[in-house]
Design a protein around this ligand. Structure first.
Ligand code: WT7
Length: 661
């Protein structure tokens, strides 16, 4: 799997198979173009039609897009709705009522099924419990849960009472949790005693305790603990209660609280170019509309589908395509607690066969690691399972290299299933640029064309259009309903990060480089243009990792972090470190590198651990003292240095930094 292949021009084209076009919601390119025309000729009419058709409103909206306070755009502002009612109550009295909403497969393979009706009862009961714990409309609730039915219930219950949830991925550290509790001003934390992953019982509650013990969580009143395993955990009297305790005596009826369309449904923290994570704030109305619509458009979802998105609820993909989209669409979905390689790397294929999954949505990193596993062990190759239930495959989180695309197409999709390579971001709320399974001819490695209503373009530094065939910056020229509303508590940073003045202040800057093909105008994402890394589809800020490293004050003097291409994880974290003591070599260097790695895992989370660490007497800087990151990126890649190094104070360090441990 060489990275060279991904930069070669791709000529293969796969038109949608007839089975996929027939009966598809958007069938054929004419249908796609007609929707795009409708959106550009009368945007307000287009969006209001879709919002009326796809959302149940308690109070109908009269306004569509309001640009008066740009870039703080609002959508359907005077309308009222409830997100949970649109995912659950809506299906009562229909054929979906007694259908499985969720097929949950635990780490150990145990399967539990929950119908829409049962889910409504359980969400309502937990919503009542939250209210009894003193959680009110507008309050923030932090959710630090494993992949479980209870995780989705906690999110839906917040939505039901108008509380704003902030889910923190279970792999994040106590410190990350602490920062987020304080930044969001959370009144409650919903967590579990442990999580089960790959046969191991991993702690969650003790990490919550550690985070709260760091102090300053003044808004926090209660911690609610789901006992995932029988193992006891520490419980603080007066603060902590179990799920069983809070649910005791609560009714399974809870009237959904109507909220304004702009009411913050959730805050989700993500990495940016500075050290501090951004609390991306999403709306209720516009967000939910797009969650529902993209299920219909991108996955052409039908009530009979068994949808499986493998993302964790701690990421945006797990919000839109686990907690909300599939329920709003009324299909059955699989939720999986474990990891793709346990008990062996055939787990995904086995589960697709077992649950007759029809639409499967996963990340390139997972595909690449399963390719590798299948190449070394025939027994975990997808050919050992019956995958004929599949009709559509999806990819998300990072560019998919054409080799992995071809393998996914051949060995998982049986050359029969369209692959939707969906480009989007935490900030966009849902898919932006993606093929439509019943319309778009596919080109491996390209996310093809924007969805109807999404005015994506490629521009230069000052916002001027760049012709097809040349690379530039990806922007969106018009607001869309599910866009980020602001950064929680930092509207200035929101403006500066996404609507820079240099580009006129009206273009949404995605932060990715992209190029459109000369022939079809298809988009290909070339990677981040800021200091954000994408490791296994997980977003990490280089500055965050640098801050974590230099916070080890007794040992580290200075650190610079860059990404380098990695065949398996897409990108890998590479840290260049100057210690306060002399530069270590040999075994000692390896040992200190491990200390630093574990420190980063503790500060941020294991996903942020640098793969490579190099030590130098100092870092390459310009005369004005700026770290020459481009140079470091070349060194990290193992490339020969072609940049001008004449301004370097100490060129000899380049050799030091190139030295692998
Ligand atoms: C960044 C957003 C999208 C939800 C999961 C990640 C990269 C995402 C693709 C794709 C190429 C992709 C971009 C983007 N990205 N999907 N299909 N092709 N790149 O959400 O953590 O907010 O990360 O992921 O670089 O900016 P996120």
């Amino acid at each position: 799997m060489s990275n060279i292949e991904s930069v070669l021009v791709e000529n293969r084209v796969f038109p949608p198979p007839e089975a996929a076009t027939k009966g598809a919601r958007i069938s054929g390119m004419d249908a796609y173009n007609a929707l795009c025309d409708e959106a550009s000729k009368d945007p307000d009419g287009f969006w209001s039609r879709l919002a009326r058709e796809n959302i149940v409103w308690n109070k109908p909206f009269t306004k569509v897009l309001d640009e008066s306070n740009a870039p703080f755009y609002t959508w359907f502002d005077d309308g009222e709705l409830n997100a949970s009612a649109n995912c659950l109550d809506k299906h009562m009295g229909t054929a979906a009522e007694n259908k499985d909403a969720i097929i949950f497969e635990a780490d150990d393979g145990a399967v539990t099924r929950v119908t829409y009706k049962e889910l409504l009862g359980r969400v309502s009961q937990f919503a009542n419990a939250l209210k009894a714990q003193g959680v009110n409309k507008g309050d923030r609730v932090l959710i630090y849960m494993p992949m479980t039915v209870e995780g989705v219930i906690a999110m839906q219950a917040c939505a039901r009472i108008g509380a704003t949830h902030s889910v923190v991925f279970g792999g994040f550290s106590a410190k990350a949790l602490h920062e987020r509790i304080i930044d969001a001003g959370a009144v409650a934390v919903v967590t579990a005693n442990f999580q089960m992953r790959g046969g191991k019982e991993l702690p969650l509650k003790s990490i919550v305790d550690e985070g709260i013990a760091m102090g300053g969580c003044t808004t926090l009143k209660s911690v609610i603990v789901y006992m995932r395993t029988p193992t006891a955990c520490n419980m603080v009297a007066g603060r902590d209660t179990t799920f069983a305790e809070v649910l005791q005596g609560q009714s399974t009826d809870c009237k959904p609280e109507p909220v304004g369309a702009e009411h913050p449904l959730f805050i989700l923290y993500t990495s940016g170019s500075t050290g501090k994570p951004k609390g991306v704030q999403h709306s209720t109305g516009g967000y939910l509309l797009w969650a529902k619509l993209t299920m219909d458009w991108t996955f052409d979802i039908k009530p009979s589908d068994v949808f499986w998105c493998t993302a964790d609820i701690g990421w945006i993909t797990g919000h839109t395509y686990v907690a909300y989209g599939p329920l709003a669409a009324g299909c059955t979905q699989v939720i999986f607690e474990g990891v793709p390689t346990y008990p062996n790397a055939g787990r995904f294929w086995q589960m697709i066969e077992k649950h007759k999954v029809t639409v499967f949505y996963t990340a390139p990193t997972a595909i690449r690691s399963l390719i590798k596993a299948a190449e070394t062990d025939e027994k975990v190759h997808p050919k050992n399972w019956d995958l004929t239930s599949l009709r559509i495959l999806g990819s998300v989180g990072e560019p998919i290299n054409p080799e992995a695309w071809m393998w996914y197409h051949r060995h998982v999709g049986g050359e029969r299933c369209p692959i939707v390579d969906t480009f989007w971001q935490t900030e966009t709320g849902g898919h932006m640029i993606t093929p439509l399974p019943g319309a778009t001819p596919l080109v491996p490695g390209s996310c093809t064309l924007p969805l109807p209503g999404i005015m994506a373009a490629i521009v230069d530094e000052v916002g001027h259009d760049i012709p097809n065939g040349s690379g530039g910056m990806l922007v969106v020229k018009r607001p869309w309903p599910s866009m980020i509303r602001t950064i929680w508590g930092d509207p200035e940073r929101f403006k500066k990060s996404y609507f820079p003045e240099e580009m006129g202040g009206k273009l949404y800057l995605a932060g990715d480089g992209a190029v459109r093909s000369a022939d079809r105008g298809y988009f290909r994402i070339t990677g981040r243009i800021d200091d954000v890394l994408n490791v296994s589809g997980h977003r990490l800020g280089t500055m965050e990792i640098e801050s974590a490293l230099v916070s080890m004050t007794e040992l580290v003097a200075e650190a610079a972090v860059v990404g380098r291409p990695d065949d398996l994880t897409g990108e890998a974290v590479c840290a260049f470190v100057v210690l306060k003591r002399s530069r270590p070599v040999g075994d000692e260097a390896k040992q200190i590198a491990n200390v630093l790695r574990n420190w980063v895992a503790k500060e941020i989370g294991p996903i942020a651990k640098p793969k490579d660490i190099r030590f130098g007497d100092n870092l390459p800087k310009t005369r004005s003292g700026k770290i020459m990151r481009r140079l470091l990126r070349s060194i990290a890649k193992g490339e020969a240095i072609t940049q001008d190094t004449s301004t370097l104070e100490n060129p000899a360090i380049l050799e030091q930094l190139a030295e692998k441990l």
